[in-house]
Design a protein around this ligand. Sequence first.
Ligand SMILES: Nc1ncnc2c1ncn2[C@@H]1O[C@H](COP(=O)(O)OP(=O)(O)OP(=O)(O)O)[C@@H](O)[C@H]1O
Length: 359
Amino acid sequence: MKSVGIEIKNIALSFGSTAVLKDITLTIEPGEFFALLGPSGSGKSTLLRLIAGFNQHQRGELLIDGKDVTGTQPWLRNVGMVFQNYALWPHMTVAQNVAFGLEARKLPPAEIRAKVASALELVDMAGLANRRPGQLSGGQQQRVAIARTLAIEPQVLLLDEPLSNLDAKLRTQTRQELVQLQRRLGITTIFVTHDQEEALTTCHRIAVMDQGVIQQVGSPMDLFDFPVNRFVAQFVGSVNLFAGRFITEGDHLRFESPKLGMLTLPKGLELQSTEMDLAFRPHAVRFVEDSQSQLQDNLALQGIIEDSEFLGEFVRYEVKVGEGLVKADIPHSRGAAPLKIGAQIHLRIPSQELRFVTA
Ligand SMILES: Nc1ncnc2c1ncn2[C@@H]1O[C@H](COP(=O)(O)OP(=O)(O)OP(=O)(O)O)[C@@H](O)[C@H]1O
């Protein structure tokens, strides 16, 4: 089946006086696995339901495969949605659940049987066709919900937090299955989640949403490496973030931070505006033994270890620097003892790991 693209242009949606989506513009490419990522209440599900046809926008345009679908009923959009709670009929078998949408479309019984069999095959559930949902694990129920949606052969697959009812181990396995299934089918897929790891590991591109506004769209690596603002920097991965004021002095850039004090930044950094925060990831921090080492092309800080947490591959330290706390993830080597609380240390952050983000 041909993959279709989706264009969302300047969409605004309010429920009563509450503006839930504010001027959303987004293009989803044919065959793309796309995530809407954001905290609870950011408007992700509302946007997904809008694409499905369950919500109506007051302003803007929504195009699926180049056609404006505003006002088109959900069942005429060729879009399939998998709900968070799966919404399976408990009194029907797996096969009957999957057949449901096909029967509603009044297809001939033989065709229904063939489509049910192939949809169950796709999600590796052919052997359990006669079970009822109550006799299945959470992961199996989820696969039935996906099979039921795929059976109607939609051009777009919408998934609303499809993994949130599964326990941690099953979630990882199921998300890998989902990636493989999407890759095999090449179906344009939009995945709603509040879990950054889920979005980073599954999707080609992600739109980060907050308060009904898209904050940034990019590949998982783009969002992680080049967050444009404070919200994205904090929501995707963990980060050290400091507010302050940038001052240019000759060919030096200085950063005056209420928490860290006055810092001299490495040469060659470009600042778009003086109203920015300084950001760097905990894994970018290195510890060095003496105050003079590795000063070139690094931001140099010094501090005192306040806390440490052993996380297997690395130790997460909290280091008091001035009035601020810097998180540092230092790789652990076998047998190495962690630094003691109260130890004085020198920190280095390579120039290329420093980011400036808008507040
Ligand atoms: N039918 C509705 N009527 C009124 N307000 C609504 C309705 N549906 C959603 N909202 C409000 O719109 C806002 C966005 O909700 P939405 O469900 O889209 O957020 P979300 O990002 O998907 O969050 P969650 O992960 O908690 O579902 C919330 O403040 C919610 O209370």
